[in-house]
Design a binder for this molecule. Structure first.
Ligand code: C2E
Ligand code: CA
Ligand code: CA
Ligand code: CA
Length: 278
């Protein structure tokens, strides 16, 4: 009977209801958050391993939730990707990052790349290049300083990816493949795409100095990048030994807690000025 059925499931029904309810709440909070601009960007430097200079920053979104406090992207980006809110949020991120880059230029900081993450949904958005062009024009940021980060999964439809990427390249921006090595991308497709950089996923960098296969993977990616005339950044660098290894393998750039965690714009400026003096 219906009653017996209910009893059978009663032990986890409330749990499921709670999860569905939390999700709905988060979704309505997100809609409000976009209107009320509760988001902020944190910035993490990319450092050239030869010159030791900061060559760019990656913009990473944070949500200052009125009740739950500071939320990392892992707690809300997947939901925005499912319900489409990522399109609005992604536009906000792009605009805010470009305005910040321009502001730093106007404040006399040396030119720096600004890396922004694109989601699958954005990548598939109609007239993405036109939208980005408008954002660049509104912010006054020169296109050559914008670096768009995509993931290997976005390149699975090779024709579509090649077209989209070439329309983005026409704007004069840079393209990198994020989390490289964790997804599936064939070497032949890599060759077909107008990409500028590979970012080695931090899961290979983590144990680099203890795990021989991770070391081999990082060396292989670095060599391949060089042969394909691509730049390469190692992500998630946390210690001197990793930096040492990466320098020996001629890895161009590094990013990670070794330098600093992602920090708000004003703290980044302080960090940068302090670092330049020492
Ligand atoms: P990601 O693009 O791979 O960004 C790097 C992540 O690694 C960041 O996490 C950063 O805080 C973390 N990280 C950096 N250095 C280290 C390190 O040395 N050790 C460790 N353990 N972690 C390090 P975060 O900020 O939580 O972002 C997580 C992911 O959320 C990002 O991964 C990116 O995929 C996504 N994301 C962030 N901002 C945006 C955005 O504006 N749009 C989209 N579509 N996705 C975003
Ligand atoms: Ca990224
Ligand atoms: Ca990454
Ligand atoms: Ca990622």
């Amino acid at each position: 009977s219906a009653k017996a059925h209910r009893n059978e499931y009663s032990s986890y029904e409330p749990e499921m209801n709670r999860k569905a309810h939390d999700r709905l709440r988060l979704e309505s909070d997100l809609r409000r958050a976009i209107d009320e601009e509760q988001f902020a960007l944190a910035y993490q430097p990319l450092v050239n391993l030869t010159s030791n200079k900061v060559v760019g920053v990656e913009a990473l979104v944070r949500w200052h939730h009125p009740k739950r406090g500071l939320l990392p992207p892992g707690e809300f980006i997947p939901l925005t990707e499912e319900n489409g809110l990522i399109l609005q949020l992604g536009e906000w991120v792009l605009g805010a990052a470009c305005r910040q880059n321009k502001a730093w230029q106007d404040a006399g900081l040396p030119p720096m790349m600004m890396s922004v993450n694109l989601s699958m949904r954005q990548f598939r958005q109609h007239q993405l290049a036109d939208r980005i062009k408008a954002i660049l024009q509104q912010s006054g940021m020169p296109p050559q300083y914008l670096e768009l980060e995509i993931t290997e999964s976005m390149t699975s439809d090779v024709e579509f990816a090649a077209d989209t990427l070439s329309s983005l390249k026409e704007l004069g921006v840079q393209i990198s493949i994020d989390d490289f090595g964790t997804g599936y991308s064939s070497l032949s497709s890599l060759k077909r795409f107008p990409i500028d950089k590979l970012k080695i996923d931090r899961c290979f960098v983590n144990d680099l100095t203890r795990d021989a296969s991770d070391a081999a993977i990082v060396s292989t990616i670095t060599t391949m990048a060089k042969n394909l005339k691509l730049k390469v950044t190692a992500e998630g660098v946390e210690n001197d030994e990793q930096i040492q290894f990466l320098r020996e393998r001629d890895c161009e750039e590094a990013q990670g807690y070794y330098y600093t965690q992602p920090i708000p714009a004003n703290l980044f400026e302080n960090w940068f000025r302090h670092r330049s003096q020492t």
